[in-house]
Design a protein around this ligand. Sequence first.
Ligand code: KIV
Length: 266
Amino acid sequence: MRRLTISQLQRKALKGDKIVMVTSYDATFARLVEEAGVDAILIGDSLGMVIQGHDHTIPVTLEDVIYHSRAVARGCHRPHLVGDLPFGSYQVSVEEALASAARLMKEGGVQSVKLEGGERSATAVRRMTEAGIPVMGHIGLTPQSVHQLSGYKVQGRTGAAAEQLLRDAVALEEAGCYALVLESIPASLAVQVTQRLSVPTIGIGAGPDCGGQVLVIQDLLGLDNEFNPRFLKKYAHLHDAIVGAVRDYGAEVRSGAFPSTEHALP
Ligand code: KIV
């Protein structure tokens, strides 16, 4: 098998090597992030925002994630591919969860799936792992519950909320999750969760001590000048580079400088 497996990811984290995960939604970015050496690519339902232009992930369908997963799978060979189960594709029944996950693997070409929720998702996780489907959990700020949570807020701040988050993490590990995303929780709580579990944690807005990190590729590349949450580090500022390049192109087309004879076909 050419792609990284779940046991290779787990062994990496056990050795203290961080798991590097980013999102991608198309073949071009899949090729680029593979060349950059990422371990895993998440075809996240964040595509609802960064690709489709919605304010949240709720409108994303299973068909959307399958479509983008296939594109990513065609673009790269080595990274482990995680397909995100979108809202409404696994909450109605365990049977529906199994069927959605199986479609994502068969049609999308991913090697594992991710779903949101702690104890409430544990039964579905158990049935999926029994059926041979590797599952990554996702707790803390779970964007599919944005309306229930009244916005994108840091989770686990009170003692009771922190205790619940620890119970959620343990329930998911016991149900068979091979790794857990921890999103937007205090760094000290992420340390407790990471120490309590034997499977790796992958943080986003959860401090430096998780077994790995994940970021949305558009965010880390700085494609949106208006999106500047505290947890995000922009490793490039492509918004300005792209707008500048397209502006230059437009100016040269208008002035007749492009195409020049150099670009004209004989
Ligand atoms: O959909 C997504 O991109 C995610 C990550 C932010 C973890 O779930």
